[in-house]
Design a protein around this ligand. Structure first.
Ligand code: ASP
Length: 303
């Protein structure tokens, strides 16, 4: 496999092999150890046209844990601001012979274009509304560590589905691992046609949460909305926010996940946000391990 651009097209076996390698790294990292420099003399460039805290820092840390050199191209301080095209930027970076380019872009499909132009492996760090494959992999990794096998479990994904690349990638990853997926959110933030997607759309929070083991809240993607698609943050929290009360509908032992960044008091109320029921910080540690596994396996030709 040259590139990781989306979850669709991966096999359950490929996903399981990444999660299993990530498990080895997770144990070493959380025990305070540094894995040996498996990627010494290798290099990774991050090319982020959209803001990021977790994904970019996580890829950088993952590469450095494995001994690779990392260059973070700051798009706002680059020749992109002088009008250089995506293709010319790509060819310039590729001429520096990196092993991997991790790209985030506001346009769906941009990493696919990049992958067609460069010799380096391309990893999609999130493109528009389309996909965020490493987020879905880290979500599956974290959930699997929590529950053991995910086969037969149910997830409820709540919130701004329309603008969420995280939801789209997770729907595919979850179903590939044998899970059932339910969706709930404001009707203005629900794609009009979900018929091609392996999931069901629910008409109430209760319907979505009943039987759920994983409840995934999504951030409201204000930067992708043209107008007000919901009345106010307070109203959103009242009808679509997660709190201890609504979590009573979910299965005993259900967990809350959130890809971050969280709008505190909007998607998640404080009573769950600062409670062990919400495992968003474990997701971040899982993300580091998953990205280490991915870089290692992609560069090593193991996928
Ligand atoms: N960090 C995730 C993404 O880049 C989720 C979010 O921004 O809401 O898609």
């Amino acid at each position: 496999m040259k590139d990781l651009l989306q979850i669709r097209g991966l096999s359950p076996e490929q996903i399981e092999s990444i999660l299993s390698r990530a498990g080895e790294y997770f144990d070493v990292v959380t025990a305070g150890g540094k894995p040996f420099p498996k990627l010494k003399d290798r290099s990774v460039i991050t090319l982020f046209y959209e803001n990021s805290t977790r994904t970019r820092a996580s890829f950088e840390s993952a590469a450095k844990y494995l001994g690779a050199e990392v260059v973070n191209l700051s798009v706002s301080a680059s020749s992109v601001q002088k009008g250089e095209s995506l293709k010319d930027t790509a060819l310039t970076l590729d001429a520096m012979c990196p092993d991997v380019i991790v790209m985030r872009h506001a346009q769906s499909g941009a990493p696919h274009r990049l992958a067609g132009w460069v010799k380096a492996h391309v990893v999609n760090g999130g493109d528009g509304l389309h996909a965020h494959p490493t987020q879905a992999l880290l979500d599956m990794f974290t959930a699997q560590r929590h529950f053991g096998s995910l086969n037969g479990r149910t997830a409820a994904i709540i919130g701004d589905i329309e603008h969420s690349r995280v939801a789209r990638s997770n729907i595919y990853a979850m179903t590939l691992l044998g899970m059932k997926v339910k969706l709930f959110g404001p009707s203005t933030l629900m794609p009009s046609d979900m018929s091609g997607m392996p999931c069901t759309v629910c008409s109430s929070m209760r319907e979505a949460l009943e039987g759920a083991d994983i409840v995934m809240a999504l951030r409201i993607q204000l930067e992708r909305m043209k107008g007000g698609l919901f009345p106010s943050a307070g109203e959103y929290n009242k009808y679509f926010g997660l709190n201890k009360d609504v979590m009573k509908y979910a299965n005993d032992g259900a967990i809350i996940m959130h890809p971050g960044p969280v709008n505190r008091g909007v998607e998640l109320s404080h009573d769950v946000l600062d409670d062990p029921v919400c495992i968003k910080d474990i997701q971040v540690t899982g993300g580091l391990s998953v990205r280490m596994a991915l870089l290692d396996m992609l560069i090593g030709g193991e996928l």
